[in-house]
Design a protein around this ligand. Structure first.
Ligand SMILES: Cc1ncc(C[n+]2csc(CCOP(=O)(O)OP(=O)(O)O)c2C)c(N)n1
Length: 273
């Protein structure tokens, strides 16, 4: 499908806005997940502002699609998307992680638009798989999207969920793998070499699409193809850059979860403006 330049540009801008919101959320002097938020920002922008159906005034709307942030440590990115979509005020974002506040360090039920508590890595795809089975049993057209980290794929539970979702032909389920090549303390390939991940997902019975996770046209094409594809769940392997959009954080493992100095904070916002 051909997408208009205006659409692609507005979604690329959304990606930048989400990154800026994340930086404001993190603030100065307190650790926050800069790297993994920025690598996933374009994917999340496309989901919330192009692909998914939802109603911010009625988060429990029966017709909604489901999004699960399996890499729950980048909760700020989902909060940014939900706020920009109108679920709650953008001005609440900097209060994230305040004790007792509805925006906590990891997603939890009770925050408008959050479908499940995540953050203990490895669990989101199992949750999404169960939701997809439930929707099929109810003969509903809603779709389920799960964002998984490449480091997170070291968790065995991901592969249990991949195997059962493939076997059950859950074509209403789409896993998006943020393949930024880094995890908390090093390169994913050095910690545990996962080999050819496309071949692995395919072997588990999935339709696999590989894209540049910062190319909006490729992202939209993949999401549309995934929706059309019948008989198998789809895994979108998105090749991304950790820290994308912030020069000093790009591809730097040190910015996985880092407290920014005032200078870094200002520079990040300037670069994303
Ligand atoms: C079960 C579990 N073990 C450890 C952690 C701590 N942890 C948080 S993020 C992270 C690295 C995740 O890497 P990746 O999935 O590649 O995330 P990204 O690089 O996209 O931020 C780890 C080990 C956790 N949240 N859950």
């Amino acid at each position: 499908m051909a997408y208009s330049k205006e659409l692609l540009h507005s979604l690329e801008e959304k990606g930048k806005i989400l990154r800026r919101d994340c930086i404001r959320c993190i603030g100065v002097g307190v650790a926050g997940h800069v790297g993994g938020s920025c690598s996933s920002a374009d994917l999340v922008a496309a989901l919330y502002f192009y692909k998914m159906k939802y109603d911010p005034k009625n988060p429990e709307w029966d017709g909604r699609d489901y999004f699960l942030l399996s890499k729950g440590h980048v909760a700020i990115l989902q909060y940014a998307a939900l706020a920009e979509a109108g679920f709650f005020p953008v001005s609440d974002l900097p209060r994230c992680k305040e004790i007792g506040f509805y925006l906590q360090g990891h997603p939890h039920l009770g925050t408008p638009g959050i479908e499940a508590g995540t953050g203990s890595l490895g669990q989101g795809l199992s949750l999404g798989s169960g939701m997809a089975i439930g929707l099929k049993l109810d003969r509903k057209p809603n779709r389920v999207y799960v964002l998984v980290g490449d480091g997170e794929m070291d968790e065995g539970q991901i592969w249990e969920a991949a195997m059962s979702s493939g076997a059950k032909k859950l074509d209403n389920l789409c896993a998006i793998i943020d393949n930024n090549g880094l995890q908390a303390q090093g390169r994913t390939a050095d910690r545990l070499d996962q080999g050819d991940i496309s071949a692995k997902w395919r072997a588990f019975g999935w339709n696999v699409i590989e894209i540049d996770g910062h190319n909006m046209e490729q992202i939209l094409t993949a999401l549309d193809e995934a929706e059309k594809f019948k008989g198998k769940p789809t895994a979108i392997i998105a090749h991304t850059i950790k820290g994308k959009g912030i020069s000093f954080a790009e591809n730097q493992v040190g910015y996985h979860n880092r407290a920014l100095t005032q200078e870094e904070y200002d520079k990040a916002l300037e670069e994303l403006s």
